[in-house]
Design a protein. Structure first.
Length: 325
């Protein structure tokens, strides 16, 4: 099997590409390198450019007519940035995705997996969600994902393409073989900020401590990026065996930011100091998923622990400068 991965030089897309290679699936990478890294596409068929560039997408399919499916990972993903620049986020995530799907249709592509987000859910009283839970995206970023899902549902209802949305939670870690990891030197998510604090000897800030969780800090479902990647492979391999159009990917266990910091200090060679501050723009209490559907349809479940995710993230942080400069 050969698959086109948009955003395949980014953190998620490049790890999905590695998991594909390990499973005997050939990835073709399309990435404009706005946030992705060319180093992550080395040794792989790579096209530098935008998903909205119809001529480029046509060229990809002309040169790889055996592409059977697309994994669409290309997106901007930073919540506070989406609050500051909603126009840019809607253009990049929604308008360009619409262009991209039109190009796929023109080239006869009939299968697409959309890397969506669990941030679109309305959180229940116990902070758990499943695929039937209500939607209430709380940031422009999250709303771009919800708009894309609705748009794709309308398109797939009448057009010759089926689109599966994988709603995933908070990826951590790196490829265990250290081929790829977080490309950003200063990532904005909690574990990235912990690693920054660890590297610089500065305090880590818990942003928001008055959420209605068990300890007041936000709660998340921290899924190892390799587990996330293998789920994409399972979805590709089983695409024709189920009719559902949404599957959640997570560990099924909620971890608060305080608990994540405690786990970090158990794994790291030196502890970080933890201080408290207010929430960031667009922040929410969080949620974690019930995983029954993924287990049943994909024969998949998360296998790496939060501690392993932290350990792999720290290992990658030590290698990142050597790998990416």
């Amino acid at each position: 099997m050969k698959v086109l991965i948009s955003g395949g030089a980014g953190y998620i897309g490049s790890t999905v590409a590695s998991a594909c290679l390990d499973a005997g699936i050939t990835p073709v990478i399309l990435d404009n390198l706005v946030t992705g890294r060319g180093e992550f596409a080395k040794g792989r068929a790579f096209y530098e450019g935008d998903i909205a560039d119809g001529a480029l997408v046509d060229r990809v399919f002309a040169e790889h007519p055996d592409i059977e499916a697309v994994v669409h990972c290309a997106a901007l993903i930073v919540v506070p940035d989406s609050v500051a620049d909603p126009v840019g986020y809607y253009r990049a995530n929604v308008a360009k995705s619409l262009d991209f799907v039109s190009h796929l249709l023109r080239n006869g592509c009939q299968k697409m997996i959309f890397s969506s987000s669990a941030s679109i859910y309305e959180t229940g009283a116990d902070f758990t969600v499943d695929e039937s839970s209500g939607l209430a995206p709380q940031s422009p970023y999250a709303r771009t994902k919800a708009v894309c899902e609705a748009m794709f549902a309308d398109i797939s209802a009448t057009q010759p393409i089926r689109i599966l949305s994988l709603r995933y939670f908070n990826p951590i870690g790196a490829d265990p073989k250290m081929r790829t990891g977080l490309q950003l030197r200063r990532p904005s998510h909690a574990l990235g900020k912990m690693i920054e604090a660890w590297e610089e000897g500065t305090p880590f800030q818990i942003t928001g401590t008055a959420w209605p969780t068990r300890d007041g800090s936000g709660i998340r479902d921290y899924i190892h990026v390799w587990d996330l990647a293998t789920a994409h492979v399972a979805a590709l391999e089983r695409f024709d065996t189920f009719t559902e159009d949404v599957i959640n990917l997570g560990t099924g266990t909620g971890t608060t930011v305080r608990e994540l910091a405690a786990a970090f200090n158990e794994v790291a060679d030196r502890p970080i100091e933890v201080v408290e501050t207010g929430p960031r723009p667009g922040d929410v209490a969080g949620a974690y998923t019930r995983t029954d559907l993924a287990r049943r349809l994909l024969d998949w479940e998360a296998r790496h622990s939060v501690a392993e995710g932290i350990a792999h993230s720290l290992q990658w942080a030590r290698l990142r400068e050597e790998m990416l400069g």
